[in-house]
Design a protein around this ligand. Structure first.
Ligand code: 2PG
Length: 342
């Protein structure tokens, strides 16, 4: 029975009531979600609707089909504007690319474009399983293939099955040509942005050299200093500090605003570009960052809440319930996902 009446004209659609778990939108039966969800009826009829204290979100009210109110489509935006502002929470996933051919050969790689090995491909897929239940609204990768493939391979495992689509932001024309005109398609896709600023740090004259042979030649300490110190660059290459100047600046200018607006972001990048970002997130000193080592293909989760980054570690495995306990919001997301898919 309808205990709250909602009679509102939305373009050609009309919300009649919110009785039970469904309401009628035009000829469509629309499943309702709990209080606090936004009503979205197609592109032109998008909006937030409320009746008394209740708010609704309706997605896809297309012709004769039953519409499904889907918390997964935009789980990180699942509140009204105010509630989103209040919760101010988003997930940030960092993944170092899977093993590359030059990791396997123990060569300094830096900004050389090197493919994943078979093991690297498997690591990326495994990483995807670990994060398969965490909603992803945007993906950032470096301009290098090993990071881009890691992101794409990981997303093949995601339960939501959204399609990552590369945004072409390099010129006005590229932007215009890559425009997606279908609102439904936009909802079914995840924008991917490739940024050179997230590339591995440039290893200068060391690129292509074997790490062990270089240590034998220049001494273990010297090579360790080149590889791990904060401000000592390898010959003609970038120090971690120089790498941080571009990678952290990019993160602050481009990625943090997305997190601030409630979007969940995945970054697939490299050992040192991610070390510099983690240094910023975890407020590590230039001494502490020396011992920070990242494995290939292991996702790391952060929650961005009230302007702070809270490190949640690495999601353990696809079947582990643990990851959902990270926040109430992720637990709710998981529950909705289960309800929807079963
Ligand atoms: O060779 C490289 O580009 C990096 C990452 O693989 O090596 P390192 O661990 O020395 O920073």
């Amino acid at each position: 029975m309808a205990n709250t009446m909602l009679h509102q004209t939305v373009g050609t659609l009309q919300l009649l009531s919110d009785s039970g778990t469904h309401c009628k939108v035009g000829n469509n039966s629309v499943r309702l979600l709990p209080k606090g969800f936004k009503v979205e009826v197609g592109f032109s009829e998008r909006g937030t609707y409320s009746s008394g204290q209740r708010k609704f979100r309706v997605i896809q009210a297309s012709a004769s089909q039953t519409s499904v109110a889907d918390p997964v489509l935009s789980p990180s935006n699942n509140g009204t504007h105010e509630s989103r502002k209040k919760s101010n929470e988003a997930a940030l996933i960092l993944i170092r690319h899977g093993e590359s051919l030059w990791n396997e050969k123990n060569l300094f790689t830096g900004c050389v474009d090197v493919p994943l090995t078979k093991k690297g491909v498997e690591e990326a897929i495994e990483a995807g399983k670990r994060i398969s239940n965490i909603p992803v609204d945007m993906i950032y990768t470096s301009a290098l293939i090993r990071a881009q493939m890691t992101a794409m391979l990981a997303m093949t495992q995601h339960r939501r099955k959204k399609v990552p689509i590369i945004m072409h932001d390099e010129s006005e024309q590229a932007r215009a040509w890559s425009q997606i005109y279908s609102e439904d398609t936009i909802k079914q896709s995840i924008p991917v942005i490739a940024a050179w600023q997230l590339n591995e740090r440039m290893y200068g004259e060391l690129q292509g050299l074997n790490k062990q042979e270089t240590a034998d030649r220049f001494g273990k300490e010297k090579v360790h200093e080149w590889r791990r110190s904060y401000d000592i660059p390898p010959p003609n290459g970038e120090s971690l500090e120089m790498c941080a100047q571009r990678a952290v600046a990019y993160f602050k200018d481009n990625i943090e605003p997305q997190l601030l607006s409630g979007k969940n972001v995945m970054i697939a990048a490299h050992g040192n570009s991610l070390r510099s970002i983690i240094m910023y997130l975890d407020k590590l000193t230039s001494q502490e960052v020396i011992s920070l080592e990242l494995s290939t293909g292991i996702p790391m989760l952060y929650i961005f809440k009230e302007g702070k980054f809270i490190r949640r570690g690495s999601p353990v495995a696809p079947t582990e319930a643990g990851v959902y306990a990270y926040t109430r919001r992720l637990a709710q997301y998981r529950q909705k996902l289960d309800e929807m898919l079963h």
